[in-house]
Each structure stands twice: as structure tokens, then as C-alpha cells.
Design a binder for this molecule. Structure first.
Ligand SMILES: Cc1cc2nc3c(=O)[nH]c(=O)nc-3n(C[C@H](O)[C@H](O)[C@H](O)COP(=O)(O)OP(=O)(O)OC[C@H]3O[C@@H](n4cnc5c(N)ncnc54)[C@H](O)[C@@H]3O)c2cc1C
Length: 264
């Protein structure tokens, strides 16, 4: 590790002011990505602003068709939340499939979304649930938030305070895990609304994305028959030591079929 100054912020205001006063600050939440990055000397921040004790970022609130999940909610908080289990089964199930118990008890949704790992699970859910990323300065629509691999529309001084998602009629998350890392080789989140269907994919390419054409086909005819003629465009798919682009395309098709059958 390189040397840095460590600060523990007890409120969002303190965290904001510490960020303002620092040359090159980094926020620390669960630390499951940031600490390994520091240990490997892949980052050299001047200051670490530890926000993990800010209680107001640990709430899950349900209101008027939406659920707001505090940025510091861990994957375990999310998978065990009665409100999320009842209203967005797919999201509770997704959180349950992340990493191992240690990761699930420390890793946070805010940290995961800010990190924008191309194989992370939440980006698919946040996109398919018409989500908004709420920060200390503004709200970002999920559709504009995930820019590229490890790149978001966040400014360096912004703190994610919560993620707001729209409650669907039903939802599911289908994941094909990388057997070594447990991350998504491909993951599909599908949400059905009264008169809409939203589908987002993670793991397949450099950033999570929505399948707009399939959404509109399924909106008029929610049936697995549609899949027979569906050609998956693998042009921008990852092709690496874990899987070829073609293999990822095949997995995606299978996961989509499973999701449709479950939500039919
Ligand atoms: C062994 C292992 C297995 C894993 N498996 C999976 C998996 O299967 N699926 C999956 O999706 N993830 C997986 N993860 C990732 C993990 O789930 C965490 O979500 C992820 O590491 C980031 O969350 P964190 O709270 O630890 O963030 P941190 O490591 O604290 O921070 C990560 C980044 O986000 C920034 N950040 C954190 N919080 C905020 C905030 N509120 N506002 C703005 N910026 C912020 C930090 O500055 C840093 O750049 C795994 C991690 C490990 C170590």
C-alpha cells in the first residue's frame, strides 16, 4: 500500500467537506474492492474517507411504487429485507447470489454500483428496475449512469446516498456464475410491470445494458416462442480466458428463456 490519510466520517456533510479538503480522496464503504486495489498498489489516493458508520445510509424505505435502498445496505441486508423479498423477489435473490457470506456481510450496493465492475450483479437490476442513483448532489438515471467498464457518470466529489428502484409486478435474476470468481459470466434481470417489460444484462460486455428490442417484443407477446427466432448480437461481447463471446451469447439465450418461463 502507499501512504494515505484516513478519516472516519459520521455524517454525509462531514464526508462532503473532507472530500472537498482532500487532493485525491477515495470513499471507503465495505472495502471489498477498494482495499484489495490499495494493497496491490493500483490506486494511490491522498485520503480515504470512511463512510461506513453513517447510519442514515443504511435504511431501506418503501413508498409509492418505489423502494429506496441506502448506499451502505449490504448484500445481506438486501437479501434478508422483508420489504425487498416481498416486493422485488428478483433483487433479494440477486443479492443472495453475490460472492460468499463474508462478501455479502461487508460489500454494499453503493460500492458495487460506484465501482461498475462489468461482471457485477446489481447494474442489471438497477437498469431493469428503472433505477435512479441518488447522490449527495444529484440523481442519475441508471440508463445514463453506467458509461463503460469501471466507469460511471459520477463526479469525483459525489457520494452515492441511495438507489431508488421501481417496484415491478414480478421479477427474476438468472446468473451463470464464473466457477472461479463467482461473478456473473452472464446475468439477466427481467422485470414485468403492468404494461411493460424491462430486461438488462450484465457480465456479457464492458458494461451492463438493456435489451430494448426484446423488451418491446415481449411487451406485446410475453411468450417463450419469441426466443426461437432471437439472434443474440455478440459483436461487443467479452471474449476472454473465461468464455468466448459465442459461449456468452449461448448462455444469455438460455438465461432469457429461463427468465421468461419463470415470469410467464
Ligand atoms: C471474493 C469476492 C467475491 C465477490 N463476488 C461478487 C459477485 O459475485 N457479484 C458482485 O456483484 N460483486 C461481487 N464482489 C464485489 C462486492 O460485492 C462489493 O460489492 C464490491 O466489492 C464493492 O462494494 P464495497 O462496499 O466493498 O465498496 P468499496 O470497496 O468500499 O468501494 C468500491 C468503490 O466504490 C467507491 N464507493 C463506495 N461507496 C461509495 C458511495 N457511497 N458513493 C460513491 N462512491 C463509493 C469507492 O471509492 C471505491 O472506488 C465480490 C468481491 C469479493 C472480494
Amino acid at each position: 500500500m502507499y501512504n494515505f490519510r484516513y478519516h472516519k466520517a459520521e455524517t454525509i456533510e462531514t464526508a462532503r467537506s473532507l472530500i472537498e479538503q482532500s487532493d485525491d480522496p477515495k470513499i471507503l464503504a465495505g472495502g471489498h474492492t477498494l482495499i484489495p486495489t490499495l494493497k496491490q498498489r493500483l490506486a494511490q489516493p491522498s485520503d480515504i474517507i470512511d463512510i461506513s458508520s453513517i447510519d442514515e445510509l443504511k435504511m431501506i424505505t418503501v413508498g409509492d411504487g418505489f423502494i429506496t435502498i441506502g448506499a451502505l445496505c449490504t448484500h445481506s441486508d438486501i437479501s434478508n429485507s422483508p420489504d425487498i423479498k416481498k416486493n422485488i423477489t428478483g433483487l433479494a435473490d440477486l443479492a443472495k447470489q453475490i460472492g460468499d457470506p463474508q462478501v455479502r456481510h461487508k460489500g454494499t450496493i453503493g460500492g458495487s454500483v460506484a465501482n461498475a465492475d462489468p461482471a457485477a450483479d446489481y447494474p442489471a437490476a438497477v437498469l431493469a428496475l428503472d433505477g435512479e442513483i441518488i447522490t449527495s448532489t444529484e440523481n442519475h438515471k441508471a440508463t445514463n449512469f453506467f458509461v463503460d467498464m469501471f466507469e460511471t457518470s459520477l463526479d469525483s466529489d459525489e457520494i452515492i446516498t441511495g438507489i431508488r428502484v421501481k417496484i415491478p409486478k414480478s421479477s427474476t435474476y438468472k446468473k451463470f456464475r464464473n466457477p472461479a470468481s463467482g461473478y456473473a459470466m452472464v446475468g439477466v434481470f427481467m422485470a414485468r410491470y403492468e404494461d411493460d417489460v424491462k430486461i438488462a444484462v450484465t457480465g456479457a460486455s464492458s458494461s451492463a445494458y438493456r435489451m430494448l428490442d426484446l423488451e418491446s417484443s415481449l411487451k406485446s407477446n410475453f411468450n417463450n416462442d419469441i426466443m426461437a427466432d432471437l439472434a443474440i448480437d455478440i459483436t461487443n461481447f467479452n471474449d476472454d480466458i473465461h468464455a468466448s463471446a459465442k459461449y456468452r451469447g449461448t448462455i444469455l439465450k438460455v438465461l432469457l428463456e429461463e427468465a421468461i418461463l419463470e415470469l410467464k
